[in-house]
Write a protein that binds this ligand. Structure first.
Ligand code: NAD
Length: 481
C-alpha cells in the first residue's frame, strides 16, 4: 500500500491531525494507497510556505521561471510510462489514453506557459499629447488551485502552470479520488529544483482542504474545476471576500448532426466524443441531436460502432472504455439509466456492466457504453449531467429546433456540429450558448484559445492570454507629459 504525503515547502508531510484516507483502484475496487486526511491546519501551513516563497519567485526573471517549468516537463516526458500507468490505476482510464494524450498534455501545459511568459507583449495607451499609460501585470500572490478526478494531472497542471509561470506561488489540491499523479508531480518539482514553497500540494477532502483554501484570507485567487454545485459553494464563500474566481464547471453538451453530415467520417469521432475516458470528460457530447433525414441511419451506425468498443481492464492494450472512477459514481450512472427507463427511454445499446471482464477486474466498477432513444430532449436524463458512458439520441426537423435543444439545459460548456454546409454551421455556432464549439471535429484543443463555459458551466476562461490575465493583477500607470 503506497503512503502518499502532502508536499509543503518541498518537504513530504503527513496531515497534522494524523488521519489518512484510502485511495482505490477502480478496475479492481481495491484500496492501494492512502493520502493524508488534511484539514485547515495543513492548508494554513501550506499558505505560510507559499507566502514566504512569493517575494523570491515573483521577482525571479521570467526566463528562470520558464527554465524550471520546462525542467519539470522534461521529467514528466522522461517518465510518461510511469505516469500513464499511475493515472490509469488511479482513475480507471485506459493506460493507452493516459500515455498518448493526457500525460503528454500535462507536459505541454507546462511548456506552453513557460513559453508564453517569454513572448509576452505589454500594453500602452497614449492619451493624445497629454500622457502615456502603461499596464503592469503583476502576480496576485498565493493562488489556490483545486482540480477534479476525471483528467487528474492534465487539469492539475492546466491551472498550476499559468499560476507559477506568472510568478504566483500555489497551494494546490488534487481530487481525493485521484491523488496519485499529483503526488508524483510534487516529487518531480523537488527534483527539478523548483524553489521551496513555490508549489504546495495538500491532499484530503473537498469540505476540509478545498474549503479551507477557498476561505483562507491570504489566498486572493481561486482557480477551480469541478461540479457546478461545488462551484456555487465556493463562490458563496469567495465572492464576499472579493477573491478572483475562475470556475470551470459541469456540462451537458450537445452533438448536432445536420442532414448533410458525412457519417463515414463523423461517426467514429462522435463515438469517441461520447465515450472517451468512459464519458468522464466535461467536453463529452452526451445529447446527440440528429436531423430526422438521417436519424435511422445514424442511430444504427452509431449503435454498431458503440457496441464494438471493448470495455474492460484499463491495462489491456485493446481496451477502449476502462473503469468508472468510483463505486459512488457508478451508482449515479446506474441511477440515470434507471431514470431514463421511467422517463420512457429505450436502451438500444449497453445499459449495465459488461459480461466479459478479466479475472483481476471482477471487483471493479464498469459500465458499458449506453445509448438511449425515445426520450424528450427536456427530460432529466437528457438535461442533467451524468458524466459517464451514457448518451441520448434525439431527432429534430430543422436546424432551429436543433439549436433550441442544444440550448435547453442550464449548462453551456461545449457543442459539436457535424455537416457540410459550413456557412450554415457558422450561423448555428453563433447562436449556441456554449463557450467551446467544434465544427466537424471534437476535443481539438489549441492551448492559446479561450476555454470555459457559459451559464452554469462556469465563470471566466482558461487558456492562453485568459489564464495569464486571471493570475495577474492589471495596474495602469499614467505618466503625465
Ligand atoms: P467536485 O466538484 O466534486 O470536486 C472537484 C474538486 O473540488 C475536488 O478536488 C474536491 O475535493 C473539491 N471540493 C469539493 N467540495 C469542495 C468545497 N466545498 N470547497 C472547495 N473544494 C471542494 O467535482 P468532481 O466530481 O471531482 O469532478 C467532476 C465534475 O467536474 C463534473 O461536474 C465535470 O463536468 C466537472 N469538470 C469540469 C471541467 C471544465 O473544464 N468545465 C473539466 C473537468 C471536470
Amino acid at each position: 500500500m503506497d503512503t502518499l504525503s502532502n508536499f509543503i515547502a518541498n518537504q513530504d508531510a503527513p496531515a497534522i491531525g494524523g488521519g489518512r484516507l484510502e485511495v482505490f483502484e477502480p478496475a479492481t475496487g481495491a484500496a492501494y494507497a492512502t493520502i493524508p486526511d488534511s484539514d485547515e491546519r495543513d492548508v494554513a501551513r501550506a499558505v505560510e510556505a507559499a507566502k514566504a516563497a512569493f517575494p523570491g519567485w515573483s521577482q525571479t526573471p521570467a526566463a528562470d521561471r520558464a527554465r524550471v517549468l520546462n525542467a519539470i516537463a522534461d521529467l514528466i516526458e522522461q517518465r510518461v510510462e510511469a505516469f500513464a500507468e499511475a493515472e490509469s490505476r488511479d482513475q480507471g482510464k485506459p493506460v493507452s489514453l493516459a500515455r498518448s494524450l493526457e500525460i503528454p498534455r500535462a507536459a505541454a501545459n507546462l511548456r506552453f506557459f513557460a513559453g508564453a511568459i517569454l513572448h509576452e507583449r505589454g500594453e500602452f495607451y497614449r492619451s493624445d499629447d497629454r500622457a502615456l499609460n502603461y499596464v503592469l501585470r503583476q502576480p496576485r500572490g498565493v493562488a489556490g488551485c483545486i482540480s477534479p478526478w476525471n483528467l487528474p494531472l492534465y487539469l492539475f497542471t492546466w491551472k498550476i502552470a499559468p499560476a507559477l509561470a506568472t510568478g504566483n506561488t500555489v497551494v494546490a489540491k488534487p481530487s481525493e479520488v485521484t491523488p496519485f499523479t499529483a503526488w508524483m508531480f510534487g516529487q518531480l518539482c523537488r527534483e527539478a529544483k523548483l524553489p521551496m514553497g513555490v508549489l504546495n500540494i495538500v491532499h484530503g477532502t473537498g469540505p476540509k482542504v478545498g474549503a479551507a483554501i477557498v476561505a483562507h484570507p491570504d489566498v486572493p485567487a481561486i482557480s477551480f474545476t469541478g461540479g457546478t454545485a461545488t462551484g456555487a459553494a465556493i463562490a458563496a464563500v469567495a465572492a464576499p471576500m472579493f477573491k478572483k474566481l475562475s470556475l470551470e464547471l459541469g456540462g451537458k453538451n450537445a452533438t448536432i448532426v445536420c442532414e448533410d453530415a458525412d457519417l463515414e467520417k463523423a461517426i467514429p469521432m462522435i463515438v469517441r466524443s461520447a465515450f472517451q475516458n468512459q464519458g468522464e470528460i466535461c467536453l463529452c457530447g452526451s445529447r446527440i441531436v440528429v436531423h430526422r433525414a438521417l436519424l435511422k441511419e445514424f442511430t444504427e451506425r452509431f449503435v454498431n460502432e458503440a457496441r464494438s468498443l471493448k470495455t474492460g481492464d484499463p491495462t489491456a492494450t485493446d481496451t477502449d472504455v476502462g473503469a468508472i472512477v468510483s463505486r459512488q459514481h457508478l451508482e449515479k450512472i446506474q441511477s440515470y439509466v434507471a431514470l431514463a427507463k421511467i422517463e420512457g427511454g429505450k436502451v438500444v445499446c449497453g445499459g449495465g456492466a459488461p459480461h466479459l471482464i478479466a479475472q483481476r477486474c471482477r471487483g471493479g466498477w464498469f459500465h458499458e457504453p449506453t445509448v438511449i432513444v425515445g426520450l424528450s430532449p427536456t427530460c432529466r436524463t437528457a438535461t442533467e449531467e451524468i458524466f459517464g458512458p451514457v448518451v441520448t439520441i434525439h431527432g429534430v426537423d430543422d436546424h432551429g429546433e436543433a439549436i433550441q435543444i442544444a440550448n435547453c439545459t442550464k449548462y453551456g460548456l461545449a457543442c459539436s456540429i457535424w455537416g457540410r454546409d459550413i456557412e450554415r454551421m457558422h450561423r448555428m455556432a453563433a447562436k449556441i450558448d456554449a463557450g467551446v464549439i467544434w465544427l466537424n471535429t471534437w476535443m481539438m484543443r489549441d492551448l492559446r484559445t479561450p476555454f470555459g463555459g457559459m451559464k452554469q458551466s462556469g465563470v471566466g476562461r482558461e487558456g492562453g492570454d485568459e489564464a495569464l490575465r486571471f493570475f495577474t493583477e492589471a495596474k495602469n500607470v499614467c505618466v503625465g507629459w
